[in-house]
Design a protein. Sequence first.
Length: 115
Amino acid sequence: VQLVESGGGLVQPGGSLRLSCTASGFPFSSYAMRWHRQAPGKERELVASISSVGDSTAYADSVKGRFTISRDNAKNMVYLQMSGLKPEDTAVYYCSAFISSSRYWGQGIQVTVSS
């Protein structure tokens, strides 16, 4: 199982950014996917999740209405479109998959929201 995030960086408050996660090593279209984040000094938190076929999504209250999770099963990719970014969204963002009783994580990617 391999999960690789991309698309992070520095963005100004109010800006937008799209994160991508490329998955390999498992039947991607059979598994729900999640995005998490961890800010400095804080615990890792669940940001958004999407069902295996993409027909069901869920969001943390802190990002609801600003972030959108989606997936492309033909490309084995999951995305997190982030808009209206705030300084408190600054964190390392991870994608994950729960497979055979184990949660697999990407290496994480930094998102910094600052003027």
